[in-house]
Design a protein around this ligand. Structure first.
Ligand code: NAD
Ligand code: TYD
Length: 348
């Protein structure tokens, strides 16, 4: 089986690539990534020389390039993760999200449609999406696979649009597809613009922890390796045309999560209890900030037997340990383009 994984140099993609390269020595894994600010081949150092792995540098927005690789490598399956993924960046530059998340996805769909036209048996286009397409919950309720789409940010609107295109290609051209919508991930290799790794990095450097608004926004956090395991299961055992919601059964208000993180960091850095909490700074809220996301993951649990394997306290502790052990990884990132973004985003 030849599998194209897009966005494999990013946070979640690198965990998916590693899992497939290690667990399926008989597959050929092709990682297509543009290496934007979020893509980093350091994330895959341990498997880069594996005989069943090949890196393809390219842009999914480049139609000719996408068709060329489908022609050259005759993929049997696609696991599509490449995306612009940060809500705050989407507020500043929505078109970048339309290009990669919408046009890039349609380019991949067109190539799969053309090259799989004659033989669709055992082919599969797996689109990895987010729970943010459903919009915001109030204080009660959960997102299920039948919750209607109601995206509120340019990021979630672009992901919702790409989900619709995938479904439409299934209906219109009989393209074999499956979609999953997952809640917030955290773990090793998480890019330090997102809440958890940003705050770990800021605590290390004694910098302010910028909590948006009143900090009462709620997210459902899942350890990234549990997401990668769910993707593996869905790719192999999920049913075509189905959507699977993936979540951590693990809701936290941002401010409670930040306090937990501060306490863990104090103890791991051997700093007096309370030192990191002093860094908490309430800043201007994100426009259109979704109040709450929470997933009903019953379907994937019932149909495919998936449940999260790691408690939040374990996962968060492992994640902090990883960041503390891999400071050069963090320092390389925070010394580059990302710092310009950071300065623009948080200038008051
Ligand atoms: P990320 O930003 O860490 O990685 C994205 C990767 O895509 C990077 O390696 C980047 O170089 C690559 N990429 C971006 N534009 C590209 C282009 N035009 N052509 C080729 N490659 C390109 O993102 P992530 O957090 O790992 O998310 C991966 C996927 O999972 C996304 O589709 C995202 O919507 C989805 N998702 C993320 C989360 C989360 O909590 N991070 C939750 C649910 C779903
Ligand atoms: P983020 O990690 O950007 O994920 P998403 O917006 O996709 O859920 O943000 C998680 C939560 O943390 C979200 O409610 C916004 C909030 N947040 C802050 O309060 N401060 C920050 O600096 C960041 C990046 C996020």
């Amino acid at each position: 089986m030849k599998i194209l994984i897009t966005g494999g140099a990013g946070f979640i993609g690198s965990h998916v690539v590693r899992r497939f390269v290690k667990n399926y020595p008989n597959y050929s894994i092709f990682n297509l990534d543009k290496l934007t600010y979020a893509g980093n081949l350091e994330n895959l150092k341990d498997i880069e020389h594996s005989s069943n792995y090949k890196f393809l540098k390219g842009d999914i927005v480049d139609e000719a390039f996408v068709f060329e690789i489908f022609k050259d490598f005759s993929f049997d399956g696609v696991i599509h993760l490449a995306a612009e993924s940060h809500v705050d960046r989407s507020i500043k530059d929505p078109l970048a999200f339309v290009r990669t998340n919408v046009i890039g996805t349609v380019n991949l769909l067109n190539a799969a449609r053309e090259f799989w036209e004659k033989d669709k048996v055992d082919k599969r286009f797996y689109h990895v999406s987010t729970d943010e397409v459903y919009g915001s919950l109030g204080i009660e309720g959960l997102f299920t696979e039948t919750t209607s789409y109601n995206p509120n940010s340019p990021y979630s609107a672009s992901k919702a649009s790409s989900d619709h295109f995938v479904r439409a290609y299934g209906e219109t051209y009989d393209l074999p597809y499956v979609i999953s919508n997952c809640s917030n991930n955290y773990g090793p290799y998480h890019f330090p613009e997102k809440l958890i790794p940003l705050f770990i990095n800021n605590i290390i450097h004694n910098k302010p922890l910028p909590v948006y608004g009143d900090g009462k926004y709620t997210r459902d956090w899942l350890f990234v390796e549990d997401h990668a395991r769910a993707i593996d299961l869905i790719f192999h055992k999920g049913k075509n045309t189905e959507t699977y919601n993936i979540g951590g059964y693990n809701e936290w208000q941002n401010i409670d999560l930040v306090r937990l993180l501060c306490n863990l960091m104090d103890s791991k850095l051997k700093r007096p209890t309370g030192s990191s909490e002093k860094l908490i700074t309430y800043v201007t809220d994100r426009p259109g900030h979704d109040l709450r996301y929470a997933i009903d993951a019953n379907k994937i649990t019932e149909e495919l037997g998936w449940t999260p394997s790691v408690t939040f306290e374990e996962g968060l502790s492992q994640t902090i340990d990883w960041f503390l052990k891999n400071k050069p990884w963090l320092d390389n990132i925070t010394s580059g383009e990302y710092m310009d973004y950071y300065n623009r985003q948080y200038q008051q």
